[in-house]
Design a protein around this ligand. Structure first.
Ligand code: SIN
Length: 349
C-alpha cells in the first residue's frame, strides 16, 4: 500500500515536471514594439520606446499559457540611440539571471534598427547555453495589424522551447528564427525586413511551435572568450564609409582625434578602399596608431585580404557587415591590439 502511494506520488511529480511551464524573463529596452502613434493608421512618425513592459505583456494574455512570465524595464529608447552603457547593463543582467536555476530563458524586446548589433554583442558575451531571444516590431503597438504581440508570443515560445538551448543568441521576428551573428535588417519599413544574407534563417515558428532547420557554425556565448564583467566601458571603434571620389582623410583623422582605437572600413565590393584613404590608413597602421578591419558596404559575402594587406596590418572582417564587425572589433580590443590575434577572432566568431 505504502509502495503504491509513493509510486503514484512519483508519477505525479514526473508528469508535473513534464508539463511545468518554463520561467521566462522579458527584458524591455524600447523600440517600435513599445511605440505609440497618434493614429492607429500611422506606422511612421510615432514615438518608439514609449510603452512600459507591463503594457506589452498584458497585450498578449496568451503568454501565461506557455510560460511563467516576469518582466523588467532595462531601458525605453529608440534603438538608434543605443549605447555601450545599455549593452553592458543588459549583458550583466542576462548573465546574472541565467545563472539562476529559476530562469529558463530570456526574451529581450528591442528596436529593430540596431537589434542585430545588440544581438551579436550578447552572442559574444553571454555565458550560458540557455536561450536568449530578441524580438521587436516594425509597426507601433497602436497600429492596425501591429506585429509586436505575435512577435512577442513567438519569442517566448522559442525561449521556452527545449530545443532552443546551445543555439547562441537568436532573433525571432515575423515567424522566423535567425542566429544573432547572421541576422540583418534589410528594409526600412516592411515587416519582412530581417534576413540572414549569408546563410538564411535557422528556423521558423508556427502557432507557437518551434522548428529548427539549420545552425550557425560560428562559436558563441560560452565558447567565446569575451567577458564584460567589471567592464565600465568598451574600446572606441568607429566606421568609415568608402565611396566614389572619397579622397579625404578628414573622417579618419577626426575619429582618431576623438579617441578611436579601431576602425572598420565599409569598403566597396569585396572591401576595396579608395586609394587616397587607404594610403592614409596604411600610414596610421605602420605607426600602430589604430587597428583597421576591412568590411564591405555590399551586405553579404566575404572580404579577402592580399598578402600585402596582411603585412600592412589590415584585418578581414570575414563576412560580418560593418556594424557587426565593429562589435567584434570592440570586444577583440578588450583582449589585444595585435592584428594577427584579432584576425583569429574574426575567423572564429
Ligand atoms: C527602433 O529601432 O527603436 C525604432 C525602429 C523599430 O523598432 O522598428
Amino acid at each position: 500500500m505504502k509502495k503504491l502511494f509513493f509510486g503514484i506520488l512519483l508519477m505525479l511529480g514526473v508528469s508535473m515536471m513534464a508539463f511545468a511551464k518554463p520561467n521566462i524573463v522579458i527584458l524591455a529596452t524600447g523600440g517600435t514594439i513599445a511605440g505609440e502613434a497618434k493614429s492607429d493608421l500611422a506606422t511612421t512618425g510615432y514615438k518608439a520606446g514609449s510603452l512600459g513592459i507591463e503594457v506589452l505583456i498584458n497585450a498578449v494574455p496568451e503568454l501565461k499559457n506557455i510560460a511563467n512570465i516576469s518582466g523588467e524595464q532595462v531601458a525605453n529608447i529608440d534603438s538608434s540611440n543605443m549605447t555601450d552603457q545599455v549593452w553592458l547593463t543588459l549583458a550583466n543582467k542576462v548573465n546574472s539571471l541565467l545563472s539562476s536555476s529559476n530562469v529558463d530563458g530570456i526574451v529581450i524586446t528591442h528596436g529593430t534598427d540596431t537589434m542585430e548589433e545588440t544581438a551579436y554583442f550578447l552572442n559574444l558575451v553571454v555565458k550560458s547555453n540557455k536561450p536568449v531571444v530578441l524580438t521587436g516590431a516594425m509597426r507601433p503597438a497602436t497600429a492596425i495589424s501591429a506585429d509586436g504581440p505575435k512577435n512577442l508570443y513567438n519569442a517566448v515560445s522559442l525561449a521556452g522551447d527545449k530545443n532552443a538551448k546551445n543555439k547562441g543568441v537568436m532573433v525571432a521576428i515575423n515567424d522566423k528564427i535567425y542566429s544573432a551573428r547572421e541576422v540583418s535588417k534589410t528594409h526600412t519599413l516592411n515587416v519582412e525586413t530581417f534576413k540572414a544574407p549569408n546563410s538564411g534563417e535557422i528556423g521558423y515558428i508556427v502557432d507557437g511551435k518551434v522548428f529548427f532547420n539549420s545552425l550557425s557554425i560560428k562559436a558563441h556565448t560560452k565558447d567565446s572568450p569575451f567577458n564584460v564583467r567589471g567592464l565600465k566601458e568598451l574600446p572606441k571603434v568607429d566606421i568609415v564609409y568608402t565611396y566614389s571620389n572619397d579622397g579625404s582623410k578628414a573622417a579618419v583623422e577626426a575619429f582618431l582625434n576623438a579617441g578611436a582605437k579601431g576602425l572598420v572600413v565599409a569598403g566597396s565590393g569585396a572591401g576595396s578602399i579608395h586609394e587616397n584613404q587607404k594610403n592614409y590608413l596604411i600610414e596610421l597602421l605602420s605607426q600602430k596608431k589604430l587597428v583597421v578591419a576591412k568590411s564591405s558596404r555590399v551586405g553579404s559575402g566575404l572580404v579577402p585580404l592580399s598578402e600585402e594587406e596582411i603585412q600592412q596590418g589590415f584585418i578581414s572582417a570575414n563576412n560580418l557587415n560593418p556594424q557587426k564587425a565593429r562589435v567584434l572589433l570592440m570586444l577583440a580590443l578588450t583582449k589585444t591590439s595585435n592584428p594577427k590575434e584579432i584576425q583569429k577572432y574574426f575567423n572564429l566568431y
